[in-house]
Design a binder for this molecule. Structure first.
Ligand SMILES: *Cc1c(COP(=O)(O)O)cnc(C)c1O
Length: 706
């Protein structure tokens, strides 16, 4: 019995379980209530269940399931048949070190804010699946990103529940002497210490640096408090711990990365630490820079100039003073590395410029974003034409096994090996699809939608109950009334993402009359589910949330427009599996890639999106719908009007009629054909296995794609 219990604990200590349906199911079956209450956290769940109970319950079938899953887990860890061993054996030797300010691996590990983190999480999982020797580096945020709730007005409120190491599958890293491994970095005149933790993600390891230790003065302890929290000063401090601290950590572990991959510019100070090392080894300045360049690659994610991290010269001077004197680097040389104009180092220090200057290759995250980035940074490469600017692209994907759900998983297992098999090639997906009848696909859709509706009703109950405000009791009653129940018969639209204003969340409310006619059309009704957080400093984003919440309270929209609080990975998984249409209406070309729409495909969801990010590459006229044809207006209002008009007219004339058109067996055959097209064309391409293989072959093993 002890063996079964320790197998269970073993499973809880590696996030591999988070993309294995059976492993997840075991934890849930132990106690559905505790599972739900503890944010699907196995470590926390097991803290609540006694060994007596476990011993008793593991006697029978549950024990067998645990041992089976555990043995699959062991096979996974020890497999000698990985993609990397076969096709990229170099990458099974020295590790890829992947630096990211956030990792979204599972909702129970709150060290992420949004899409960038989810991408990093999906990247590390695929790297593990593919057998690449892979290390992630990030910070351990004691408070994570905030938990969102709404006040009576619909205004976003934030609270910051603490997360404790004991409740997470992390352990302290110890040095060769057996003591806790602590590294230090210089910030201004101080030495700031960071304890290292590690988190196992399949075969990969994620290291987390933590300044919240007694050795630090209290204001430095807070560096690892919140994801993207605080002011510019906090930001630069976090980035020093991440970049310089991360590089030092790898050094003290004796790890010699094959390549350093900077996921966005936040970690770019790591290049300074590498530079200091090369200089200390006796290289001249130019040689040292060349040597650092050879070791680093960089992925940029931000097509908007204002979105890039920039620090003032004064702040750089103040913060790096001691570091520079210790490493013998010159302040003007440092400023030069981060200045947009090499003739003027008096301006701002830009992290993206540092990253581009000190990496051997760089990429954007979709074809369109690659083009935008080349244009945006052309001035850094004097004499080069736009198309010669050395920034390529690798389009983002999603980790299919993570974005499946129990039901979708078992559905596809009837027709092919597993969910992952659907992503291997277009042929593989088409072969499986050929075995599925329209009736089966339609029943999949209905089941997933019913699951989502049930989830939302439970969630809303909770959400309104917690607010417990007398002035909202009408809303509460309205939501619970029979006539306002969400229905799986109704075309359901999902919109969920960070509430950055360029994503224009309230766009569909531009014309309330018209929306009312669409939503309440008795023959072809529609319902919309929203979710998303605005950054705590972003009042314009919060105002968008308030607008939507207030619209959702209008009598004509009650029960048909829902805002779910506290968007996170768990809510995302529910939404992408249940909705019919995933709506995305950013201002083109500001969405570097976007990934949420890719998550819906294997569940039979369809995308309806502006031709931005990944969508122009994927959209072929048959596998979803586009909002416009990529038109760009100089005038914002004109753009908004145009895009909103497109949304309404495509809904009215194409999406709704196609959904409600049924054959004699009540099956929407044209709709299902779209689903088939979407699965065949999108699933095999827009996944992180393809994406990480591209990084491996174009960036990790060689000089770079461009
Ligand atoms: C996928 C995901 C995102 C990214 O969504 P985009 O629409 O690509 O911006 C953000 N947050 C969560 C929780 C996600 O799961």
């Amino acid at each position: 019995m002890q063996k079964t219990i320790s197998a269970l604990k073993d499973l809880s200590n590696n996030l591999w379980w988070s993309w294995d349906t059976e492993a997840k199911q075991i934890f849930e079956d132990l106690s559905p209530l505790l599972w739900e209450r503890n944010n699907h956290n196995p470590v926390e769940l097991l803290r609540h269940i006694s060994n007596e109970e476990l011993a008793a319950r593991c006697q029978c079938e549950l024990g067998e399931r645990i041992l089976n899953v555990h043995s699959r887990f062991q096979d996974y860890l020890n497999s000698k048949e990985t993609w990397a061993l076969k096709d990229a054996p170099e990458l099974t030797k020295n590790p890829v070190a992947y630096f990211s300010a956030e990792f979204g691996i599972h909702e129970s590990v709150r060290i992420y804010s949004g899409g960038l983190g989810v991408l990093a999480g999906d990247h590390i999982k695929s790297a593990s699946d593919l057998g690449i020797n892979f290390i992630g580096i990030t910070l351990f945020y004691k408070e994570g990103y905030f938990r969102q709730y709404l006040n009576e007005d619909g205004w976003q409120m934030e609270d910051y529940p603490l997360q404790y190491a004991e409740s997470l599958p992390i352990e302290k890293v110890t040095g060769p002497d057996g003591k806790d491994l602590v590294i230090s970095v210089n910030i201004a005149q101080s030495e700031v210490f960071a304890q290292a933790w590690k988190l196992k993600v399949g075969r990969a390891t994620l290291y987390l640096l933590d300044t919240n230790i007694p050795a630090n003065e209290s204001h430095y302890r807070d560096i690892c408090c919140r994801v993207y929290g605080g002011d510019q000063n906090m930001r630069i401090n976090q980035e020093i711990v991440l970049g310089i601290g991360g590089a030092k950590l790898l050094d003290s572990l004796g790890v010699k990365p094959a390549v350093y991959h900077m996921n966005e510019g936040h970690s770019a100070f790591l290049t300074l630490e590498l530079l200091a090392g090369e200089l200390a080894a006796g290289k001249k300045k130019e040689e040292a820079m060349e040597a650092v360049k050879k070791r680093c690659v960089f992925t940029t994610h931000t097509p908007v100039p204002a979105g890039h991290d920039r620090f003032s010269r004064d702040m750089m001077h103040y913060t790096f003073d001691k570091y520079l004197s210790k490493t013998g680097m010159d302040f003007e040389d440092l400023m030069l590395l981060g200045s947009e104009d090499p003739k003027n180092t008096q301006g701002l220090f830009t992290m993206t410029v540092l990253s581009l200057n000190l990496s051997r290759a760089a990429n954007g995250v979709s074809k369109l974003h690659g083009e935008v980035s080349r244009e945006m940074w052309q001035h850094l490469f004097p004499g080069k034409k736009i198309e010669e600017v050395p920034i390529g692209h690798i389009t983002n994907g999603v980790h299919a096994p993570s974005w499946g759900c129990g039901y979708t998983d078992s559905f596809w297992k009837k027709f092919t090996e597993d969910l992952e098999a659907m992503t291997l090639s277009r042929e593989a997906a088409e072969e499986a699809l050929a075995k599925v009848s329209d009736e089966e696909l339609w029943s999949l859709r209905y089941t997933l939608k019913r699951n989502l509706m049930d989830f939302i009703h439970r969630y809303i109950d909770n959400q309104l109950f917690h607010q417990h405000s007398p002035s909202r009791s009408n809303e509460y009653d309205a939501m619970r009334s029979e006539k306002n129940t969400l229905s799986p018969d109704i075309l359901t639209i999902g919109f969920a993402r960070r509430f950055a204003t360029y994503k224009r969340a309230p766009m569909i409310f531009s014309d309330l009359e018209r929306l009312n006619r669409i939503i309440n059309n008795p023959k072809m009704p529609m319902q919309i589910i929203f979710a998303g957080k605005a950054h705590p400093h972003d009042d314009a984003g919060k105002d968008f949330i308030r607008q939507i919440v207030q619209h959702s309270r209008r009598p004509e929209f009650t029960g048909r427009v829902i805002f779910l609080e506290n968007y996170n990975l768990g809510v995302a998984k529910r939404m992408v599996s249940g909705v019919d249409i995933w709506l995305n209406n950013p201002v083109r070309p500001m969405e570097a890639s976007g990934t949420s729409g890719e998550k819906t495909v294997l569940h039979g969801g369809l995308n309806f999106s502006v031709l931005d990010g990944w969508w122009p590459e994927a959209y072929n006229g048959e596998n979803g719908w586009s909002i416009g044809n990529g038109e760009i207006f100089d005038n914002h209002e004109e753009q908004d009007r145009f895009d909103a008009e497109q949304i309404y007219s495509v809904l009215e004339n194409q999406i709704l009629p196609t959904f409600y058109e049924r054959n004699e067996h009540n099956i929407p055959t044209r709709w299902i054909k779209k689903i088939r097209n979407a699965i065949a064309t999108i699933a095999p391409e827009y996944n992180t296995h393809r994406m990480v293989r591209d990084y491996a072959t174009k960036y990790y093993l060689t000089g770079g794609g461009k």
